[in-house]
Design a protein around this ligand. Structure first.
Ligand SMILES: *Cc1c(COP(=O)(O)O)cnc(C)c1O
Length: 357
């Protein structure tokens, strides 16, 4: 069976080397040596001044909302993973959906201002599939209307915008290190906080609100363990190879798929790519279901990322966001991962080319 993704597992002996260190020290969580080591290496690799590692990307979002004391309405994208919305609702915030651009699949900045009210506190856009939003326009609107910006940069490992890390934008950017992402710590994530006062506050908040052994504010437990950090250290050693292998797979799909009837996400030209997903946009949902079923018949399991559009979730107030709903019904992510063989990719390509109208 070929799945949409396959978690990368590093050489087991290198993982054991770190596990032995954990056993020797007896220190298994709570800001341990491996975690600090991984934070330093990630700052260097990603080109960010600070990073706070946490136990998953969803909690990173929740901590960011609490840290910035968000209230009321938050403008966000309907075309993202469910966690972008569920984290808001979980924190008692009201998601207000602004439609996406058909080409980039990111929130349409020209439609943001008409959705701002006296109750709006923040904008939470997603850099969808690692494709950078129009950051300049979003920051301009946020500044003008005194709103915070938190980027869901879950897909953006190693992505640069105008030549430096995309994670340096917004009041906060969050990233996910879940097993399905290109760089992972089994479960994990991080906050990149672009203000020192907030950075210190976030550090306390992820550890029950402790500062020097004393609780000084409301906190939660969002800590990453040493075992997770060990996985991250191993994978970071291999990351350049992982990304370059994915690039080859990505480009081979683009070269061999019948381009006439397939549309692709248009990549922001200020943005570098990490090849984390390979989405194709088909003519209709009927065609999508046909292709998906043919692939499944051949034990190839693509995924409908992102479907359905988040404004249709049962726990939010529905409103119509036509482009997002339309794209959600027609977009399919094809298998892309490190160990995907060329012959397997040929099979996928043949099935699609032979069944597309
Ligand atoms: C994966 C993902 C998340 C959640 O991250 P977890 O680490 O799985 O909690 C949030 N937003 C987007 C866009 C994601 O793809």
């Amino acid at each position: 069976m070929i799945n949409v993704t396959k978690s990368y597992l590093p050489d087991i002996n290198r993982f054991k080397y770190y596990i032995d260190k954990i056993y020797d020290s007896g220190w298994i969580t709570n800001n341990g040596e491996l975690l600090r080591n991984l934070e330093d290496k990630l700052k260097d690799y990603l080109g960010v001044d600070n990073i706070i590692l946490v136990s998953n990307g969803t909690l990173a979002l929740q901590v960011a909302y609490k840290m910035l004391s968000l209230k009321g309405e938050v403008i966000t994208t309907p075309f993202s993973f469910v966690a972008t919305t569920s984290s808001l609702v979980w924190e008692g915030l009201h998601p207000i959906y602004v439609d996406i651009e058909e080409e980039t699949l990111n929130i349409d900045p020209d439609k943001i201002e008409s959705s701002i009210t006296a109750n709006t506190s923040c904008i939470v856009p997603t850099h969808v599939f690692g494709n950078g939003c129009d950051i300049e326009k979003i920051e301009y609107i946020a500044k003008k209307n005194k709103l915070k910006v938190i980027y869901d940069a879950a897909h953006c490992f190693g992505v640069n915008y105008n030549g430096s890390s995309i994670l340096n934008h917004g009041d906060v950017s969050i990233i996910s290190f879940h097993a399905t992402k290109i760089f992972h710590t089994i479960e994990g994530g991080a906050l990149i906080v672009n203000n020192e006062e907030y950075f210190n506050k976030a550090r306390e908040m992820i550890n029950f609100g402790f500062n020097n052994g004393k609780v000084i504010e409301l906190g939660i437990n969002a800590k990453m363990s040493e075992f997770q950090a060990a996985m991250g250290l191993c994978i970071l050693d291999d990351i350049d190879e992982i990304i370059s292998k994915r690039k080859k797979t990505y480009e081979y799909y683009q070269k061999c798929l019948n381009r006439k009837s397939i549309k692709y996400q248009v990549i922001n030209n200020k943005c570098s790519m990490n090849y984390c997903y390979f989405p194709i946009i088909l003519k209709s949902e009927v065609e999508l279901l046909k292709i998906r079923d043919k692939l499944i018949d051949n034990e190839i399991i693509p995924r409908r990322y992102f479907y359905p559009s988040l404004n249709t979730l049962p726990y939010v107030k529905n409103c119509s966001v036509m482009i997002s709903e339309d794209i959600s019904r027609r977009i399919l992510c094809l298998p892309i991962y490190n160990s995907l063989e060329r012959c397997e990719q040929d099979r996928i390509i043949n099935i699609i080319n032979n069944n597309i109208s």
